[in-house]
Design a protein around this ligand. Structure first.
Ligand SMILES: NC(=O)C1=CN([C@@H]2O[C@H](COP(=O)(O)OP(=O)(O)OC[C@H]3O[C@@H](n4cnc5c(N)ncnc54)[C@H](OP(=O)(O)O)[C@@H]3O)[C@@H](O)[C@H]2O)[C@@H](O)CC1
Ligand SMILES: Nc1ncnc2c1ncn2[C@@H]1O[C@H](COP(=O)(O)OP(=O)(O)O)[C@@H](O)[C@H]1O
Ligand SMILES: [Mg+2]
Length: 282
């Protein structure tokens, strides 16, 4: 197994940039989160709120029409664009100019959405984070991988990873398959788990924050929003992945004494992002 670089506070401080006191929302980055389907608008709510709370100046979501009132009510700070369809995404078009896009949370996998993802990937040149159902759609049609720009970030959980790279018999085999996959498509793999590892070609990073409280619905959707936010704020893709994963895990370490493992939920990640950032300043 390749020796990993541990993602601890010392490593993080090589990547973290303090905001400039003269900054304004127009230069703090604009991120677009694309996802949602009927019954899974919550995934986009969580992702876009986490995106804002990670420091992005502007956040827009692209969702099916059925999510419009939900999003505008749940997070008034987020701007909303809708698909022509009510319950699914069928055609991804937007008139904003984001610096980063996160795609996949709650997206669903119906044929119309598969086609919309294909059309989107064919022309997209904006730095991208791909998660959840967008990864599952790509797994069904691996030719889509050739459309990804170098340094695209993918954030699979173990099942999504298996759908992408096939089964493994040992941790060593999983790692060598992931490294080959990362090299072949020149993409960064955030291999979520306990611990989360980040694969960038031959370089492997291993996170040191987080705990089992994170084993709850929506925490991955939150991570997608956090990494997209950092990418939109001009962090390099690898730094966005490293910093996002570290801060995400840290929120659970900070909250644990108050919530215990059982009552921690994805919204508690979002509520503790501020404290996680503050700990970098001490
Ligand atoms: N509020 C909302 O709107 C929410 C919406 N969401 C959205 O739902 C969509 C479907 O996403 P999903 O991840 O739930 O389904 P799916 O890809 O079939 O994977 C599930 C299977 O994977 C496995 N598995 C997972 N983790 C593992 C681990 N650490 N270690 C090992 N195995 C692990 C496990 O498989 P098993 O072990 O049972 O075989 C499990 O049954 C997606 O769009 C997402 O964004 C959710 O985010 C929830 C909140
Ligand atoms: N036992 C655990 N210890 C540490 N982190 C965990 C544990 N279980 C899950 N996580 C983290 O929680 C997140 C779950 O992501 P994911 O499975 O995509 O959730 P969802 O799709 O419901 O949003 C990942 O960041 C993963 O690393
Ligand atoms: Mg997920």
């Amino acid at each position: 197994m390749i020796n990993p670089i541990y993602i601890d506070q010392k490593e993080i401080l090589k990547h973290y940039k303090k905001p400039d006191e003269h900054t304004h929302k127009g230069i703090q980055g604009h991120a677009l989160i694309i996802g949602g389907s009927y019954g899974k608008i919550g995934a986009v709510s969580l992702s876009s709120k986490a995106c804002l709370k990670t420091g992005c100046g502007l956040v827009t979501v692209f969702i099916p029409k059925c999510g419009y009132t939900i999003l505008q009510t749940a997070i008034p700070e987020v701007m909303v664009l809708t698909d022509i369809q009510d319950a699914i995404i069928s055609e991804i078009t937007f008139d904003v100019e984001p610096q980063a896009i996160g795609i996949g949370p709650g997206l669903g996998q119906v044929v119309e959405t598969q086609n919309a993802l294909y059309q989107f990937l064919k022309t997209n040149r904006i730095p991208l984070v791909i998660d959840a159902d967008a990864l599952n759609i790509i797994s069904k049609n691996k030719k889509l991988l050739a459309l990804l720009q170098p340094k695209t970030i993918i954030t699979p959980h173990p099942k999504e990873l298996q759908r992408l790279i096939g089964k493994w018999d040992s941790e060593d085999e999983k790692m060598s398959k992931a490294v080959s996959f990362s090299k072949q498509y020149q993409i960064i793999i955030v291999m979520k788990g306990a611990p989360t590892r980040i694969i960038d070609g031959e370089t492997v990073y291993q996170n040191t924050t987080g705990n089992a409280a994170l084993a709850t619905a929506g925490t991955g959707d939150v991570l997608t929003g956090m990494i997209s936010s950092l990418l939109a704020q001009s962090y390099e893709p690898i730094s966005s992945a490293i910093l996002g994963v570290y801060l995400h895990g840290l929120t659970a370490d900070i909250a644990l004494p108050e919530t215990g493992y059982q009552s921690f939920i994805a919204s508690d990640v979002i509520a503790n992002i501020g404290k996680a950032f503050l700990s970098l300043e001490s």
